[in-house]
Design a protein around this ligand. Structure first.
Ligand code: ADP
Length: 272
């Protein structure tokens, strides 16, 4: 910041000195950049040791050191769980950082909504079955989207995974796609605990979780929604949350539909 001082006179003509800080935007950006760089360096540096820890744990589990006493096997299992969680955190942190820096190239191709929902179902169906939650899908096949399917599926998996995590057994999660003007509108609706209205925006920020215990109990990283938002925004779409607390949450995504017809040619009759 830059220090500024200004001298004015008060009503009685006495000098009135005020000193203030003008926040220096370039300096703040520099701090942001350094923070991102630190995250990136730490992330990359953690990858190699994590791979090594994973390998060693795998060997222990495979019995390379002989049959482990039950207590030791439990400890290895706990170490394994935490290693997986740390790996997820590192991978997602680096992914978000690359997305936000615009360093992720989209592999765009033409797909229909049912194709996207099928790939998504392949990932989340088992999780839903284990949680006793019914997944309902609805999508028109006559809609063409021009997107990176892997990335859109990643965002949908995040939303539906959350819906499953925060919903009671026996409830259902509906994913519906519709054409809405010049956009495709994706809706993921659950019958879970819902989200306090004053946090509907905040949950899209890094590491924001409604409940501190969400982290421990649900095993989340707090990066799923920021990553999803970065993916959707890179596709020139929007993503937001709605909720009736206690009754459920609804997440919506819009993606621009490709122009159906080529733009109309304009002729200038005055041209020679
Ligand atoms: P994570 O799920 O890994 O904690 P996210 O960024 O995906 O991180 O979500 C952030 C937080 O938003 C969650 O921890 C939870 O508190 C809240 N949240 C997200 N989706 C839902 C949902 N469908 N129902 C209730 N709360 C949700």
């Amino acid at each position: 910041g830059a220090l500024t001082a200004s001298m004015l006179r008060d009503r009685e003509g006495r000098p009135d000195v005020s000193i203030g800080m003008i926040e220096d935007i370039t300096e703040r950006k520099e701090v942001e950049r350094m923070k991102d760089e630190l995250v990136s360096i730490v992330g990359h540096e953690l990858r190699t040791p994590l791979t090594s820890i994973r390998g060693s744990l795998g060997l222990l589990e495979a019995g390379i050191a002989g049959e482990l006493p039950a207590e030791a096997a439990d400890m290895v299992a706990i170490a394994r769980q935490n290693t997986e969680r740390l790996s997820r955190l590192v991978d997602e942190t680096l992914d978000l950082e690359r997305l936000q820096a615009g360093r992720v190239e989209l592999n765009v191709r033409s797909v229909t909504p049912p194709e996207l929902l099928q790939s998504t179902a392949q990932v989340v169906q088992r999780v839903a079955d284990d949680a006793g939650i019914e997944l309902v899908w609805e999508a028109p096949a006559d809609l063409q989207l021009f997107v990176d399917p892997d990335r859109i599926v990643q965002a949908l998996v995040n939303l539906i995974g959350n819906a499953i995590k925060f919903s009671p057994e026996g409830s259902s999660v509906r994913t519906i796609v519709k054409a809405h003007g010049s956009e495709a509108l994706f809706t993921v609706r659950d019958q879970g605990r819902g989200i306090p209205l004053d946090q509907l925006d905040a949950i899209f920020e890094r590491f924001r979780q409604v409940d501190a215990s969400d982290h421990r109990e649900k095993g989340g990283t707090g990066l799923g929604l920021p990553i999803s938002r970065a993916i959707i925004e890179q596709h020139a779409g929007r993503i937001w949350a709605e909720s009736v607390p206690g009754e459920g949450s609804t997440f919506r995504i819009t993606l621009p539909l490709p122009l159906a017809k080529p733009p109309i040619a304009v002729y200038d009759r005055r041209a020679p």
